[in-house]
Structure formats: structure tokens, C-alpha cells
Design a protein around this ligand. Sequence first.
Ligand SMILES: *Cc1c(COP(=O)(O)O)cnc(C)c1O
Length: 345
Amino acid sequence: MIPPPPPTLRLRLDTGALAHNWRALDAMSRPGRAGAAIKADCYGLGLDRCVPVLRDAGARDFFVAHWQEVMPALRHLAPEQIAVLHGPITAGEAGYARATGVRPVINSLLQARLWTQSGGGPCHLMVDTGINRLGLRPEELGDSAIAELEIDTLISHLACADEPGSAMTARQLAAFRAVCALLPHRRASLANSAGIASGAEFAFDLTRPGLALYGGVPHPALAGNIRQVAQPEAALIAVRKLAAGETVGYNATFTASREMRVGIVSMGYADGILRSWRGGAFRAQGCALPMLGTISMDMIVIDLTAAPELVEGDWAELPYDLPHASAHTGLSQYELLTTLGRRFG
Ligand SMILES: *Cc1c(COP(=O)(O)O)cnc(C)c1O
């Protein structure tokens, strides 16, 4: 069999920007260090492409959410570098952590007992300081199940760090400090991307940026310091002429008011370009090329008036500056990354 031709859509990754973002966040994490959240296939950008870059830039501590994310991470990392945020809820999961050598994040008394019963060893401990998602309540920390743990990193997670000046963030910082004074641990870790931007007092020993590594700007203090990493691009698979009065796409929502040249780009909502992108524009040869009509599963129609030289096989890019794209679509910067589809080359 001959190999298939290259895809007509691609996700260009600026690995230099990814390394730059990690280094910038690491510098902001002093006197601690920055780790890296690599869950959800590095926020949709591809673990195999991103993790070696982050590792080679200097990251040592990596966070996945699911046990299924361990094997892909082990292709690039030593097991003790990998923390599994969801922790074990079955003996099978605890046994898997023991067998692979990855570190579970213990999130409850049940998980603490399960881990000790499975043989235990170094683990991380998540304490809930107000987000009420995963983690032990501070009043549970005196339980004997916790005393038996060998705690590497004591972790908590901020709920409102992307709202500068939030009273919740100040309360969580105070609560986390109190917990750190109470429990023996090797390292402490509180800040996600927005937490890093909230001030040096949030750095502790280790920070856990995710979004900002991949180009997101969840806090104004990061603006100017973070570079765009992901750039979706698609080929023009057709070029056609519309006569005045003709319509475009499903439900005929765009009507040409004059004769015009349009292009069909090979990218649609199945690739994560959801219908909330409506009214946006692609870019090619320095020109904005407005989207016309409804976004289809595999195609978007664009106005080629500004770039009359474009022909089939040429490429156009969808501007993917995350704060800007988020403002346009109403999708969060996290969603804009993690919903990108699997057809990109
Ligand atoms: C996802 C996650 C992070 C990374 O958060 P960002 O906002 O993407 O920087 C850090 N810590 C925990 C516990 C997480 O679940």
C-alpha cells in the first residue's frame, strides 16, 4: 500500500513558543519551580509533540488526570515524574500505580486507605481549600489514614485565580498555608497558570501550569509574556464564483449581494471549529477572509475578495490567539484547545 497523501488541515505547533512559555512560567514560579499539566493529550495539542519539548526545556513534574494517560506519558518520562490527579478509586488503579511507579494524587480518605492497602509508597496529597471538587477537607487531615502516607507534594487547587483580586483566592492561600504548617510533606504546590500570575506568594515549591504553556492568557499579568503555540491551518479544496442573490451553505444563511469569489476550506465543526466561530475570518497572504454562512462538519466557506490570487491547494489559517478567539466565540480558552479535533496533520 502506498502511504496516504498528507491531510488538508494541519495544526502548526510553535515548539519554540511552548518552551518559551514554560521558561517564562518557571521564572515566575521562583523560588519554586514550574511543572506542567499534560492531561487531555496536552490540552488537545498532542502529548507526543509537547512533552519532549517541555521536558527538554527543564520541566520535571508532570500532571495527568486519568490512568489511561499514564502509558503515553511513560514514553517520554520516568514514572516518578508523573502525577495522576484523579487518584485511585479501585484496588486495580492503586495496583497499577504501584506496578508502573507513577505517583497517585490521593484525594480522599478512601483513596488514602486504598493506597496504603496496596503497599503504599510516595504519593501526593490533594487538600481541598474551597473548590469543592477533589481533595480532603482540612478537618480530615488528622485521620490515621493520612498519618500513614508518605507525602511527596501537598497540593491544593485555586477556584478563582483568573479573577484578579478575588477574595476566594486570598482565603485559599491562607487555608493552604495552615495545612502546610500541619502536615509533613516534601514539597507544596498551589498555583495553576492564573495562580502563578497572582504573585510570588503563590509559588511555594512547585507550580502546575497548563493553559498558559499552550498559549492561554487567563490573567492580565501574563499578557505579553505568553506566546501563541497552536495554529490551525486548512487547504482550500475548492474555489467558486457566486452570482448576486445566490446563497451559501446549510439553511442558506448568507446571500451574496454581488458577484463574488469564495473558497471552501477543509475544516469544520468536527475539527473543533464550532458554530460559535460564525462571523469570524481566516487569514491568508496578510488578508482577512470572512467566513460566510453556516459552518459545516468538514468545511467552511470564506470570502476570497481580498485575496483574488488564492487557488485550490493554497492554505489559509484561522487566527487562534486564544484570548481574542475566546472573546469572539464565547468559548473558554481551555475549550478552544481541548475541542480541536483528531484530523489535523
Ligand atoms: C488542570 C489542572 C492544572 C492546570 O491548570 P491551568 O489553569 O490549565 O493552568 C493544575 N492543577 C490541577 C489540579 C489541575 O486539574
